[in-house]
Write a protein that binds this ligand. Structure first.
Ligand SMILES: [Zn+2]
Length: 454
């Protein structure tokens, strides 16, 4: 039985889906106005792994992740770079897709884009106005937060506190109440705009997710997820919009991942202390980055240091060696009917135990940190067996290999494994050289590193 910590109830809850064995999941995707950095990657890898685990547990996961291509921050970048918003979106979107693939993140079932759903957004707003939850004011449309009694339930705060926190834009004369938020924004010069019953303008960012999740997944989702920074106001506002319109719960489980910190500050693009994935992957393997992220539970903060990621690379390489060795034995030997030795029997027991322990760890709010501890222990045991056994039993080592495959499928590790096995000697040597070059670069030995590259 899977237990999930939901931000909405602030406790662990038994996971029950609306439809049996189907998970309807909406994850707030990135605003595509820059390169993918480690902060994005942390969130993406954490949720990709949870999704993989649910699939391992035989759920069919319908995973929807939007790309925000029209929003204030998109317009800022377009203005700065003196380009059209669409052009900026297309460019960064292609980089995002490239970086997501290199982190071995599974494609979403659907990747909706806001600009392609403007008409449905307008209909959504009209519905809210009809029900008395929204009002037009000088070409803008606002959500009337005082009409939604449960406003603040996700971020666990009362309306008075929302105002005290200073998050509400108090100076806007078009609003009836300072905490009201925009569903539709009146056209401004040199900004993209669409026709609407309230004149030309564009949708508010919060509305985009409420509308697109409903189009692809229906009124109630099983899981809604995103970074902790989205709890308020973004997800709070999504709840207000969706529940006011449909009268139904918007999402049954709210999952939020923790931050990644460099020098103890929240890592984000605005602070400038970010590491771009494309740069990071010059020095570290995809597996090292995934392992680095997943060694911490998804809700806890991660502190990024060069030492920590170096260590993750070493750990990942060691784990790979054991898995490769196991795979080699398993490929060479298949059916084996010879009598089992004590070592064989012992390993079989350990395989069963490791699988149980792994599931237990992951069932508890997807504790990848404990899950990895199981994998490391297990790899030591398999390694011991390989060293000590006089004769490797084919059936036993095949079972050991199968469990490694299961772990790899959940953590998304060593996906290029089969390629590696089928590589010829020259390719393996090239790979080795690339690794050695990486080592030199890490030691900042540029001379040797450049020599190898040339
Ligand atoms: Zn969102």
């Amino acid at each position: 039985m899977i237990k999930i910590y939901s931000t909405l109830t602030r406790q662990l809850e038994e996971f029950k889906t609306i439809e049996p064995s189907v998970v309807k999941w909406y994850n707030c995707g990135p605003t595509v106005n820059g390169l993918m950095h480690l902060g994005h990657a942390r969130s993406a890898i954490a949720f990709d792994t949870i999704r993989r685990y649910l699939e391992y547990k035989e759920y069919k996961v319908v995973y929807v992740m939007n790309f925000t291509d029209i929003e204030d921050r998109m317009i800022e970048v377009a203005k700065r770079e003196k380009r059209a918003v669409l052009e900026v979106a297309e460019e960064y979107l292609s980089y995002f897709r490239r970086d997501m693939a290199s982190l071995n993140l599974k494609e979403a079932t659907v990747h909706p884009r806001a600009m392609l759903h403007i008409n449905q957004m307008i209909e959504f707003i009209e519905g809210l106005i009809e029900k008395g939850y929204a009002y037009e004011s000088n070409g803008d449309v606002y959500f009337d937060v005082r009409k939604f009694e449960e406003y603040g339930k996700l971020s666990n705060q009362k309306l008075e506190n929302v105002l005290q926190e200073g998050t509400a834009d108090t100076k806007n004369p078009n609003k009836r109440f300072p905490a009201d938020f925009a569903l539709w924004k009146n056209e401004k010069p040199s900004e993209p705009s669409w026709s609407s019953p309230w004149g030309k303008g564009r949708p508010g960012w919060n509305l985009e997710c409420s509308c697109m999740s409903r189009i692809y997944l229906g009124d109630t989702l099983d899981i809604h997820s995103g970074g902790q920074d989205l709890i308020f106001p973004h997800h709070e506002n999504e709840i207000a919009q969706s529940e006011s319109l449909t009268g139904k719960p918007f999402a049954n489980y709210w999952l939020h991942n923790g931050y990644i910190n460099i020098d103890k500050e929240k890592m984000s693009k605005s602070l400038g202390n970010y590491v771009n994935i494309v740069d990071l992957l010059q020095y570290y393997s995809t597996d090292a980055v995934r392992l680095f992220v997943l060694q911490t539970h998804y809700r806890s903060p991660i502190i990024f240091t060069e030492d920590a990621i170096d260590q993750a690379q070493i750990t990942s390489d060691r784990l790979f060696d054991v898995i490769l060795l196991t795979k080699n034995y398993a490929t060479e030997t298949t059916v084996d009917k010879s009598a089992l030795s004590d070592l064989d029997k012992d390993l079989l027991e350990k395989i069963t135990k490791a699988r149980e322990d792994f599931v237990k760890a992951m069932d508890e709010d997807f504790n990848t940190s404990n899950g990895f501890a199981v994998v490391f222990d297990y790899s030591r045991e398999v390694n011991d067996y390989l060293r000590k056994a006089d004769k490797i039993n084919g059936s036993v080592i095949n079972k050991a290999d199968e469990l490694f495959d299961e772990f790899r499928s959940v953590f998304g590790l060593y996906e290029d494994f089969n390629n590696y096995l089928s590589m010829d000697l020259v390719e393996k040597l090239v790979k080795l050289l690339v690794e050695i070059r990486g080592e030199y670069r890490k030691e900042k030995n540029w001379e040797m590193s450049d020599k190898i590259r040339d």
